[in-house]
Design a protein around this ligand. Structure first.
Ligand SMILES: NC(=O)c1ccc[n+]([C@@H]2O[C@H](COP(=O)([O-])OP(=O)(O)OC[C@H]3O[C@@H](n4cnc5c(N)ncnc54)[C@H](O)[C@@H]3O)[C@@H](O)[C@H]2O)c1
Length: 427
């Protein structure tokens, strides 16, 4: 297991000295015992262990959904499966997400990059991996409008590296985590889409996820790699980095700050609690069929404006009149393109016996409670993530765009241009 060093977040950068930014350090303890006070959250399903499965690699295991899945597999199948969490430790991850597992003999964390064939092959060989769950990705749609190369590199090329390495290793199962966004938007009157529907992604994030799926399918057809693809609706819950709508808004309200809503707030999304997607993926793993695609669907479809209302209510803030809403919501320019809604049909997964357990009311209550207790210190200083101004990431360093441009000018053009690098903008 990788050794963990303790140090605090600072406004300094190892190579460039002091500047206006926040360096997020996914290894750092901001509060060294925070994770010991957090509830151990996982799914609820348990199946008979699969014959032939022993060593499972989970990519992106220090990120949001995968950390729930890693905790679930490690604790639920302690006597049967060994779990290797493989993560590059990008800005949105935190080792706090799996620290509770550090003493489990069937858990190992490996820091590595899915775009590095050397990192991946070494890990597959060293741990004799027979099963891969591939979650690691650049996952924030807003950022994909700024630095889409990073999305293609991680989501498409990274998936390709994993597939090629899995083929060489001869893995028994490769479960690829995809998204409902690959279908593109569905009209208000449109039917829920089936797994056989055409893919029509509309933003660089969803296009990169769709492209990754094409590669997964190619390895299934060309090399008989035993793959399964899952496409989930939006997921929310504790442990999600506060750049996404629910945790960001929860942290803004916690600080009694206004919510920043894209456009008029009318686009809807279907939301699934993290514990439910864990159960769905566990069900697909143990009962699903190789070569199949499964939608993971939620029945809770909510507009962004309605999400603001629900969160205001949970924070006991006024939300019933339009004046109340105006005082808490700041409308900002919409994304270059914003799908109005996604709608998937989950009947194929229902046949395997899974159904959504957590209602949006219950899930949001648990989520808000968690962010009130832990959100300020789980990832380090998140002030710049919550800023109303566009944010720039350079690796794990966060600037507002103004700060970034001021520094860029000051550095007199001496700064290397980041094309394939880690610089990303978000609105
Ligand atoms: N969050 C959602 O609502 C949602 C919905 C449907 C599908 N998905 C999919 O689920 C997966 C997980 O999403 P999430 O929201 O938990 O993401 P996240 O952004 O919280 O976590 C992504 C993780 O991947 C890691 N990572 C990024 N690049 C890497 C690299 N090159 N090598 C190794 N690790 C790397 C990051 O460090 C991070 O820990 C993604 O594939 C996403 O497309 C997410």
């Amino acid at each position: 297991m990788t050794a963990i060093t303790e140090f605090q977040d600072e406004n300094t950068h190892p190579s460039t000295g002091r500047r206006n930014s926040t360096v997020l350090n996914p290894r750092a303890y901001v509060d060294s015992s925070i994770w010991t006070r957090a509830p151990v959250l996982k799914g609820t399903t348990k199946f008979d262990p699969l014959p032939g499965v022993s060593n499972i690699l989970v990519t992106g295991g220090a990120g949001f959904i995968a950390c729930w899945f890693v905790r679930h597999l490690t604790l639920t199948y302690a006597g049967s499966y060994r779990i290797i969490s493989f993560d590059k430790l990008e800005y949105c991850s935190s080792l706090n997400n799996t620290r509770v597992l550090e003493d489990c003999p069937n858990f190992t964390f490996v820091q590595g990059d899915i775009t590095s064939p050397t990192d991946v092959k070494r890990c597959l060989r060293e741990y004799n991996i027979d099963t891969i769950f591939h979650f690691a990705a650049q996952s924030h749609v807003d950022l994909s409008f700024g630095n889409s190369y990073q999305f293609t590199n991680t989501n498409v090329y990274g998936t390709h590296v994993l597939l090629e390495s899995a083929k060489a290793q001869g893995v028994e199962r490769f479960i690829h985590i995809s998204t409902d966004e690959v279908y593109g938007e569905v009209d208000a009157a449109g039917d829920d889409v089936l797994e056989s529907s055409l893919l029509a992604p509309t933003n660089p994030y969803s296009a990169s996820k769709a492209a990754a799926e094409m590669m997964v399918n190619a390895y299934f057809k060309s090399f008989k790699l035993p793959v399964i693809i899952v496409r989930s609706n939006n997921v929310y819950g504790p442990h999600q980095f506060p750049e996404k709508i629910i945790p960001k808004f929860a942290m803004l309200l916690h600080r009694r700050r206004r919510l920043l809503l894209h456009g008029d707030g009318s686009p809807t999304r279907r939301y699934l609690y993290a514990g439910d997607i864990v159960d769905a993926i566990d069900t697909i793993f143990h009962k699903g069929t190789i070569g199949q695609i499964y939608n993971i669907d939620s029945r809770d479809e909510i507009s962004n404006l309605d999400m603001c209302r629900r969160l205001l209510e949970l924070f006991n803030l006024p939300h019933s009149t339009s004046e109340d809403l105006r005082s808490w919501i700041q409308y900002t320019e919409d994304r270059p393109f914003n799908d109005h809604r996604y709608a998937t049909d989950g009947s194929k997964l229902a046949l395997l016996g899974w159904k959504q357990k957590t209602s949006i009311d219950e899930g949001l209550r648990a989520t808000v409670d968690w962010y009130r207790r832990f959100g300020e210190v789980w990832w380090g200083d998140i002030s710049r993530i919550l800023t109303p101004f566009p944010v720039v990431y350079e690796g794990n360093e966060v600037f507002t765009r103004e700060e970034y441009e001021a520094w860029d000018e000051q550095s007199d053009g001496g700064k290397p241009m980041q094309i394939n690098g880690n610089k990303s903008y978000t609105m």
